[in-house]
Design a protein around this ligand. Structure first.
Ligand code: XIL
Length: 463
């Protein structure tokens, strides 16, 4: 079943942790209602990622940045498509406890409050990590560091008690490469191997209802690093050290592709009796190749009963930490990419057809803009049109220019202008027929005439 904790008591919980006790025996019924309420409300249940995942008993989440929550398109895409969030940076140590004993929860609270108001789940990321760690922590001696680590875990988890679905208690504690050794960090170097176990025990005491995860990257296939994590989890399970889940970050690109034994690796961890979660998914690339990889990741999770959810590491490509690799499901204009449709389809959802654009389920086609050549006084624009999950026989895209800029020629498309001469509607010419997921492009030349604003490319429509 979808693990969504009731947000109803969040205020009480942040004020004093009484939610669980109050819910008592009625918890199961309340959870069911809450899970249904978490489904995006604007579309048929299986028209969105969150709804389709929920029908499979999984969550589908996104990493979210607090400062984007004032952007309308960002929020509408988040609210429509996702039923779980992970704060991208706001729950890291440098954000929450920038100086010793002084906690600042404001940005993280903003994300948690948004999630709660929409019935979304929250993943907590991350309590103990060598990166985004304030220098005061690295400067401590061993005894002080142990106290500071346990205090940080306890303070943060108590603040969010009852509100976090899963916590990444320890992140990235193993080295890359063939050794399977621990990564050097202030925690490892000063506290030794036992720091991970200690962090998990402290975490369990602080919020017994949160699932406690170990999270890492390059552990997605069977290799020396994932073997080392596997050995640790097995040991924890055999000795009763509290651990509930393992997070597989799943940052993929051509140098680090989706491993062929991805599913088998998830399965062997699941067989140890822990949940597995795909926690930071992004796959660099574009078009059908990227879509195929995304679809395969989703299918691997669905094939593993204990794979309980997937989080993508951002919403539109332009805000990705790897923006140049266009690794996400939405393009810079929030159009759904072929990868989106592949994920929805792998989840068993269906696109509804109709016009594309933010918050519109099932875009028939999407349009992506790039500047092909630029010579100062003018430029050539290129718009790539990609069919959604169904074939199309024609397409239409609006391109808006800011005066005094003017389009002087158009190719591979038939243009028409509005009365202002600034809005150009380009319809397909010979290139209207596209198979599902297939792409074509049109181009146009602009004279800047002294202007500088980039063209605005609207949603793609097909009929
Ligand atoms: C990244 C964020 O996306 C960036 O905004 C930030 O500058 C650096 O951290 N592994 C993790 C995430 O566990 O916390 C990282 O997030 C990406 C790699």
């Amino acid at each position: 079943m979808l693990m969504i904790k009731s947000r109803a008591g969040s205020r009480a919980t942040r004020g004093g942790g009484r939610l669980r006790a109050v819910l008592g025996v009625t918890t199961t019924a309340l959870l069911t209602v809450t899970a249904l309420a978490a489904l995006p409300q604007t579309a048929h249940a299986a028209d969105t990622l969150g709804a389709a995942a929920a029908e499979k008993g999984r969550y589908f989440g996104a990493a979210v940045a607090a400062h984007r929550l004032s952007e309308a398109q960002y929020v509408s895409t988040l609210n429509t498509e996702f039923n779980s969030v992970t704060p991208e940076n706001e729950m890291k140590w440098d954000a929450l406890e920038p100086s010793r004993g002084s906690f600042n929860f404001s940005s993280a609270d903003r994300i948690v409050n948004h999630a709660q108001s929409r019935g979304m789940d929250v993943r907590g990321h991350t309590l103990v990590w060598h990166s985004q760690l304030p220098s005061w922590v690295s400067g401590l001696g061993a005894a002080d560091l142990r106290t500071a680590m346990n205090n940080h875990i306890t303070e943060v988890m108590t603040h969010y008690k009852g509100e976090i679905h899963s916590w990444d208690v320890v992140n990235e504690a193993f080295q890359d490469g063939g050794s399977g050794a621990r990564r050097s960090s202030p925690f490892q170097d000063k506290l030794g191997n036992g720091f991970i176990e200690e962090a998990f025990r402290t975490a369990r005491a602080a919020d017994p209802d949160a699932k406690l995860c170990y999270n890492d990257y390059n552990t997605d296939g069977v290799n020396a690093k994932s073997n080392a994590v596997y050995t640790m989890v097995k040991d924890f399970k055999s000795r009763g050290v509290p651990i509930d889940c393992v997070g597989f970050q799943s940052h993929f690109n051509s140098a680090s592709p989706v491993p062929s034994d991805y599913q088998a690796n998830l399965q062997r961890f699941a067989d140890l009796g822990v949940e597995v979660q795909i926690t930071e998914l992004d796959i660099e690339g574009s078009g059908t190749t990227q879509a195929t990889h995304y679809g395969n990741v989703v299918k691997a999770c669905l094939a593993v009963t204990r794979c309980t959810g997937i989080t993508v590491w951002g919403i539109p490509d332009k805000y990705s930490w790897r923006a140049s690799g266009t690794p996400l499901l939405f393009d810079d204009n929030y159009n759904k990419k072929p990868a989106y449709h592949a994920v929805l389809s792998a989840l068993g959802g269906t696109s509804g057809g109709g016009p594309g654009g933010p918050g519109t389920p099932g875009a028939a086609c999407t349009a992506t803009y790039t500047t092909a050549e630029d010579w100062g006084g003018g430029y050539n624009g290129k718009v790539t049109v990609t069919a959604g999950s169904s074939p199309i026989s024609n397409w239409s895209v609006n391109v808006t220019l800011t005066a005094p800029q003017k389009v002087v020629s158009v190719w591979n498309g038939t243009p028409a202008w509005d009365s202002s001469g600034n809005v150009m509607t380009v319809k397909s010419s010979w290139n209207g027929t596209l198979a599902a997921g297939a792409s074509t492009s049109f181009g146009f030349t602009v004279n800047r005439n002294g202007g500088s604003a980039p063209p605005q490319v609207g949603a793609c429509t097909a009929s």
